[in-house]
Design a protein around this ligand. Structure first.
Ligand code: PEP
Length: 250
């Protein structure tokens, strides 16, 4: 079911104490009447305490990654079973930093999607073009291919566990934002691409988030676009004042 979602990706920020402090601030400051589903993604080591901390709240805890294998000799990796075992049932996959820095390919992301879905996890599937793709006018092609190669192998019934996050790489952490019109054009294209492959019901139901330098002062305009259902927020999710302002902008 299409929802309004504001998700914060905390990346490799916040130690245990800082995590607890930020969660306390969010609990105190997010208005109870907010229509947005709020998600936070702390680092792996702080996931269990975040789940405990948020037990009686509506805030959902997500992981920033998962390994594709069930278990095995994969030093330093975390399995889906380990995540669900501590109450983490949502995972961000395909983030541009995972793609660029950790060489995650569409094929690898596709197998992580399978593993997460097998464990009944909700997947926040990230994708988006680089600056050179937009400058050469190839951005729609790139996005279509990322969707087809990383996600479109799933069954129709799996879509209820999928949230899309369009994140143009040139706008992530750069202070550069897609204009509300650029975001809407791409989100409309994404919904149309889903419609062609999976039909209108799934296309209308899927939640499509925008990510890329969303801040309190631009959130309202971006979120006002009809195909933008919320945001995946990096930098501005690291302090309660900005994150809550973005949540209330929806
Ligand atoms: C992100 O990393 O997913 C992101 C959107 O970051 P920022 O908001 O800092 O651009």
């Amino acid at each position: 079911m299409r929802k309004k979602i504001v998700a914060g990706n905390w990346k490799m920020h916040k130690n245990a104490e800082q995590t607890e402090d930020l969660l306390n601030e969010l609990i105190a400051q997010i208005p109870t009447e907010t229509i947005a589903q709020v998600i936070v993604a702390p680092t792996f080591v702080n996931l269990a305490s975040a789940v405990d901390h948020l037990e009686f709240t509506a805030i959902i805890v997500a992981a920033q990654n998962v390994h594709q294998a069930e278990s095995g000799a994969f030093t330093g990796e975390i399995s889906a079973d380990m995540l669900t075992g501590i109450g983490v049932n949502t995972v961000i996959l395909g983030h541009s930093e995972r793609r660029a820095i950790f060489n995650e390919t569409d094929g690898l992301i596709a197998s992580k999607v399978n593993t997460a879905l097998k464990h009944d996890m909700t997947v926040i599937f990230c994708f988006g073009e680089e600056l050179k793709d937009r400058q050469s006018g190839n951005h729609f092609n790139i996005v279509e291919n990322q969707l087809k190669d990383g996600l479109f192998h799933i069954e129709n019934t799996a879509w209820e566990k999928v949230v899309l996050a369009y994140e143009p790489v040139w706008a992530i952490g750069t202070g550069e934002t897609a204009s509300p019109e650029q975001a809407q054009d791409m989100h409309e294209f994404i919904r149309e691409t889903v419609r062609k492959a999976f039909g209108s019901d799934i296309a209308e139901d899927v939640t499509i988030l925008y990510g890329g330098s969303v801040k309190p002062d631009n959130a309202k305009e971006i979120f006002s676009k009809p195909d933008v259902d919320g945001g995946l927020i990096g930098g501005a999710a690291l302090n309660a004042k900005d994150f809550v302002a973005i949540i209330t902008a929806i």
